[in-house]
Design a protein around this ligand. Structure first.
Ligand code: ATP
Length: 442
């Protein structure tokens, strides 16, 4: 059993992960072995790290890997982004890397950080100057000043993300863990570093929920208690863009449905917006987009459509505004909700009526409504009907002497409808119908 230390949070929704008991303390040699495992850090990235470490040594700057990459290495999970921190000037380090190895540097003078874009590659590395942060008011962005690695670890969100791994010189492979993140990894616990953490930055509540769901961990009792009316209130002052970014990251996760339930259980939904509904966990399988149907779209768009599919038009628009949706996302979500509502009126219609009703809507919205309703006509539309066109073209009508005007569109539409509804099955039948239509008075 996991030790939830009296959190009062049952393990019903989140199972304790396989990690428990396996996160033993490691010696330097064990860490070095993990750092050299190409399944955890690809070989090119290993070379990159050693190049960075060499340059940092030459400049006398202690240099570390920090945050999620140390956590994931310890969990023996493949490391995605490399966050490199120096006690010194990250921009100066970046400049010397460009001098020796090439590539391009994008410096950010405000935070003294830099992005090093590697030569002949789309890869990049974040180079960060160790810093400390203070928050002037809840939900605001912090004020920062250069500092030591220890201070930098103390500005982080959770103990499991506040470990550093030294990269340069003799120190290579040493772990800095002043906040006992390693012990919390072993216990499967997400723990904030100070009681104001969620007030200072309420996006951390979403981050905690993501780590819980992803690793099967739980917040410790003290941390869970900090998700309270006071910290939830600060969600109001978070911009739509920042909240949507957090929700996007949730939707990207394999365990998105578990995380969505936790978001609802912890009372985040009304704190974000009073009309925000719960995500129906039964729909989570549909987040995986099937590709063989050739429907362009992505997991996030699908996620928001499924989430809001039972809402009325006004609520969809309120939420699109609160979450700062792009126009494209708003259209997709609105169309899915509208089509779902309109379905009872369409059921039993002819293929041409279905086609006429849905063809202006984004394909991904139609697909979402198909997934939740299993209405076969929608699948027929996506698979076949949308491709149906008569043989006759506008050019043919012109050649036949039809004067320019709206009849072009009407005739082509009627021919198409006849094909869709099975009235026509051969080219000569189409020609016969075309002649009848041309003979009709305007
Ligand atoms: P993921 O695997 O989800 O990408 P990550 O830990 O790599 O997780 P990032 O968002 O890339 O997350 O952040 C990198 C590191 O920066 C974190 O590990 C954490 O130490 C720190 N960090 C990120 N966001 C915050 C925050 N809101 N407050 C404090 N520290 C943060």
């Amino acid at each position: 059993m996991c030790n939830f230390e009296g959190t009062g949070l049952g393990a019903s929704r989140s199972t304790c992960s396989d990690y428990k008991g396996k996160i033993r303390f490691m010696q330097k040699d064990d860490i070095l072995r993990l750092m050299r495992d190409p399944n955890l850090i690809p070989l090119e990235k290993q070379t990159l790290l050693s190049n960075i470490a060499d340059q940092a040594s030459a400049l006398n700057m202690p240099c570390y890997l920090v945050g999620g990459c140390v956590r994931d290495l310890w969990l023996r999970r493949p490391v995605n982004d490399l966050d490199v921190i120096v006690e010194g000037d990250a921009i100066q380090l970046g400049k010397s890397l460009v001098e020796v190895y090439g590539g391009k540097l994008t410096p950010h003078f405000k935070f003294n950080t830099a992005i090093w874009h590697l030569p002949a590659s789309t890869e990049f590395v974040d180079l960060i100057t160790a810093r400390k942060e203070t928050y002037e008011k809840p939900g605001a962005l912090p004020t920062v000043a250069s500092s030591t690695i220890e201070d930098d670890l103390r500005r982080r969100d959770f103990t499991i993300n506040a470990m550093a791994l030294r990269l340069d010189g003799e120190g290579l492979g040493e772990i800095l863990d002043p906040l006992k993140g390693h012990a919390d990894l072993g216990r499967g616990v997400i723990r904030v570093l100070n009681p104001n953490s969620f007030m200072d930055d309420p996006t951390r509540i979403f981050r905690a929920i993501r780590y819980e769901g992803r690793y099967g961990f739980l917040m410790d009792a003290g941390t869970a208690a900090l998700v309270n009316p006071d910290s939830l209130k600060t969600l109001h002052s978070l911009s739509g863009e920042r909240i949507r970014h957090e929700l996007d990251l949730v939707l990207d996760e394999e365990q998105a449905a578990v995380m969505m339930l936790r978001i609802a259980d912890l009372g985040l939904l009304p704190a974000i917006h009073p009309v925000l509904p719960e995500f129906d966990p039964n729909l989570s399988d549909y987040l995986e987009m099937e590709t063989h149907l050739d429907v362009p779209g992505d997991r996030r768009t699908m996620g928001y459509m499924l989430w809001f599919i039972n809402l009325g038009e006004a609520d969809v628009l309120l939420l699109a505004n609160r979450l700062d949706f792009t126009n494209e996302l708003t259209l997709a979500v609105w169309a899915a909700a509208q089509l779902k509502r309109g379905l009872p009126h369409l059921i039993g219609s002819t293929p041409s009526i279905w086609t006429y009703a849905v063809e202006k809507l984004p394909l991904i919205s139609i697909y979402a409504v198909y997934l939740v309703s299993r209405e076969k006509a929608l699948l027929d539309y996506i698979s076949f009907w949308r491709h149906v066109r008569p043989h006759t073209t506008g050019n043919d009508l012109k050649t036949m002497g039809l004067p320019p005007g709206p009849r072009y569109g009407e005739i082509l539409e009627r021919l198409r409808a006849a094909w869709l509804d099975g009235v026509l099955s051969t080219k000569s039948e189409e020609e016969e119908l075309l002649n009848q239509l041309l003979a009709e008075p305007d």
